[in-house]
Design a protein around this ligand. Structure first.
Ligand code: C2E
Ligand code: CA
Ligand code: CA
Length: 488
């Protein structure tokens, strides 16, 4: 009975004979034990089944259960000719919270976010956590497609008030991509992919926003994906070249450094500008190998310049915040300097304000260790991001680069002149040198000179070139060349 029908509760009937009776008692004990085990086992199985379908942190359906519900719901919606919408939600800036405040705070925040989202949707809608800071919501029986956008807006509103986790007040936004059934897709896989594409574009458009999927959007995302793959290949096929743009000292009127600028010469698409491929490299993580490649090549190139002219020539290299915040970045720079034999003080690294992504203390620490190698640091594009003037004195920069947006209208807009003048004073008061970029005409040049800028860069003085040596020799060989440009 036990083996064939799994009847663990069945018992042996005890006989009168002493021995057999004893055997029966022991046998029943054994069966009782087996029964207890069977009960425990089936309890555990139920628990496991539950865990396999729900997210432990939030208790929400996980990816698997969501997938089941999605396919099931779409079947019903198709039969009943209903409109449904898939919302793909991703928190903005969650990584920063996780990295700076720790994973336990991040976990509590995710649970609180889930709670707020849950409170804002109907019982019949499915909210799921796909993992990390990604959620999905399936809205059914919609009257119109606009309804989905409305729900999405409400969801953003519900996340707007600050969260309180332990002693921290945390603001976190979200981006939402929407795909509609049956307008955009009738298939679960397509619907999910489209909502994800819409989410991607919502992020690109400055976050904390809602974006509907459109067919045009798909080709944009496709193009981006294909560029990403081609960039990966380009790195191994050496389609990435470096050009160098001179920076002149306003006093000596000589070239003091060249800035290395990456160029992508695509076999069929031609020249792809850095404004297009650097963001892709950053999002895909390829920036780390791209940046390492640029640093290595730039150091080796700069070694070749030394001795051509009387003064040493620096090389400036743009480093993405993503690379800067890598664990071993300082060691990498040290190793590349040693391998190339470049004197450390001849390398300048250009950083942007986003180096504080992982917190100001971490940024200061990395910067100090870089300075200890002997290299110099410049803050690039200053004033174009979320400038917070209070941190500037704390960061050990040698140089401030004034962005060309300030220079464009320097001669025509008085307020721009005031801005540049103030930035130069600010930098000088903090004992930083000032490089003004984007000088395109002599009027701008003379204004910057009069305002006390230290160094200048721009098309008037020299375009990025693949052959900086010739430019260097020309400027040194002729008594007039750089002076001619600088003092027309
Ligand atoms: P950036 O660091 O601000 O570099 C200066 C950009 O301004 C360069 O554009 C340069 O060609 C351009 N420029 C220089 N003088 C003038 C001028 O007088 N007028 C005008 N209109 N433009 C001028 P480019 O080479 O297209 O680079 C764009 C951006 O791409 C750079 O801006 C930098 O942020 C990024 N980038 C370029 N190479 C690298 C790299 O190797 N690594 C990283 N992380 N970023 C890079
Ligand atoms: Ca730069
Ligand atoms: Ca710049």
């Amino acid at each position: 009975e036990v083996t064939q029908r799994k009847q663990f509760t069945s018992k042996v009937s005890v006989q009168s004979t002493q021995e057999i009776a004893q055997l029966g008692v022991e046998f029943n004990k054994m069966l009782r034990e087996l029964h207890l085990r069977e009960v425990a086992k089936s309890d555990a199985e139920t628990r496991l089944r539950q865990q396999a379908l729900t997210d432990e942190l939030t208790g929400l359906p996980n990816r698997r259960l969501f997938w089941d519900r999605l396919t099931h719901t779409l079947d019903i919606a198709a039969r009943d000719k209903q409109i449904a919408a898939l919302l793909y939600i991703d928190l903005d800036g969650f990584k920063v919270v996780n990295d700076s405040l720790g994973h336990s705070v991040g976990d509590i925040l995710i649970a609180q976010v889930a709670e707020r989202l849950r409170g804002r949707i109907r019982k019949s809608d499915t909210l799921a956590r796909l993992g990390g800071d990604e959620f999905t919501i399936l809205l059914t029986r919609l009257n119109s497609k606009e309804e989905a956008g409305l729900v999405a807006k409400h969801l953003l509103e519900v996340l707007a008030p600050q969260f309180r986790v332990e002693s921290h007040e945390i603001s976190i936004g979200a981006s939402i991509g929407i795909s509609l059934f049956p307008e955009n897709a009738v298939d679960a896989t397509d619907l999910l992919r489209q909502a994800d594409s819409a989410l991607y574009l919502a992020k690109q458009h400055g976050k904390n926003r809602v974006m509907y999927f459109t067919p045009e959007l798909e080709s944009l995302v496709q193009e981006r994906l294909s560029l990403e793959n081609q960039l990966r290949a380009a790195l191994t096929r050496s389609e990435i070249a470096l050009h160098f743009q001179p920076e002149f000292d306003l006093v000596t009127q000589r070239i003091v450094r060249f800035e290395a600028l990456a160029r992508w010469n695509h076999a069929t698409l031609g020249n792809i500008p850095p404004s297009k491929f650097i963001p892709i490299a950053e999002e895909s993580g390829l920036i780390v190998s791209l940046g390492t490649y640029v640093l290595e090549r730039a150091c080796r190139e700069a070694v070749r310049w030394q001795g051509l002219v009387a003064k040493p020539i620096q090389v400036a290299v743009n480093v993405s915040s993503i690379q800067f915040t890598q664990e071993n970045f300082v060691e990498l720079v040290g190793a590349l300097l040693r391998a190339s034999g470049l004197r450390p003080d001849l390398l300048q690294i250009e950083l942007t304000e986003s180096v504080m992504l992982n917190g100001i203390e971490a940024a200061i620490d990395t910067m100090k260790r870089l300075r200890a190698l002997g290299i110099t640091l410049a803050i690039d594009d200053f004033g174009t991001g979320y400038s917070c003037f209070s941190y500037l004195p704390k960061l050990p920069f040698n140089t401030l680069k004034i962005d060309r947006v300030f220079v464009n209208d320097l001669a025509t807009r008085p307020e721009m002149k005031a801005m540049v003048q103030s930035l130069i004073s600010l930098a000088h008061n903090l004992e930083m040198q000032v490089v003004v970029e984007g000088i395109e005409n002599t009027e701008q040049l003379e204004m910057v000179r009069a305002m006390g800028g230290n160094q200048v860069q721009g098309f008037l003085l020299g375009r990025p070139t693949a052959d900086p040596m010739s430019q260097l020799l020309a400027s040194a060989g002729s008594e007039q060349s750089p002076g001619l440009v600088l003092r027309p």
